[in-house]
Design a binder for this molecule. Structure first.
Ligand code: SF4
Length: 187
């Protein structure tokens, strides 16, 4: 990493164990993608080369809940899928965090029906809500960074303590550009 050329090899660095643990934990968030619909495509785009989630150390998508600590719920949740979502969440080890990505995951979106869960936060604790239909990859990255800031500042939840969801909301940071002028087809 070039550090060895900037620092003498026999130097000593002192810090707090808590800071080292938090630094390593926030630099290696491993997402558990629960992608059920179109928001999942934006989640995939976030991990691809253009947006490169690897810059934040969070590109290692795990499909084993035992190896993941960041659940990203991307897409609508059907009532029949709900037990699966809850089971996967419960199988993830503490400390763990949850991002609700998109209108459907957070509120059911336009699917105001008996078969669709009207917000996954009714069943699992959500730390960061990323708005949009779908959210852009930049917004999801902002959500991941919000988790990282929390891990940096707050550290770990107390052992055995009750899990308190953060309930943060990512604000859209981009202005929508006006639509291009429509084409007029001559007769
Ligand atoms: S919020 Fe929009 S893009 Fe995301 S799953 Fe729902 S309909 Fe699809």
């Amino acid at each position: 990493m070039g550090l060895e050329s900037a620092l003498p090899v026999d130097s000593v660095l002192t810090t707090q164990l808590r800071r080292v643990i938090n630094w390593s934990r926030r630099s290696s968030l491993w997402p558990m993608p629960f992608a059920t619909a179109c928001c999942g495509i934006e989640l995939m785009a976030t991990a691809c080369s253009r947006y490169d989630l690897a810059r934040f150390g969070a590109e290692v998508m795990r499909f084993s809940p035992r190896q993941a600590d960041l659940m990203i719920v991307a897409g609508r949740i059907g009532i029949k899928m709900l037990p699966v979502l809850q089971r996967i969440y419960q199988q993830m080890a503490e400390p763990k965090w949850v991002i609700s990505m998109g209108a459907c995951a957070s509120t059911g979106g336009v699917f105001d029906t008996y078969a669709t869960v009207q917000g996954c936060d009714q069943f699992i604790p959500v730390d960061v809500y990323v708005p949009g239909c779908p959210p852009r990859p930049e917004q999801l990255i902002e959500g991941v960074m919000a988790i990282q800031r929390h891990v940096d500042q707050e550290g770990m939840p107390p052992p055995g303590g009750k899990r308190v969801p953060l309930g943060l909301v990512v604000q859209p940071t981009h202005a929508v550009r006006p639509q291009p002028v429509g084409l007029t087809i001559g007769t």
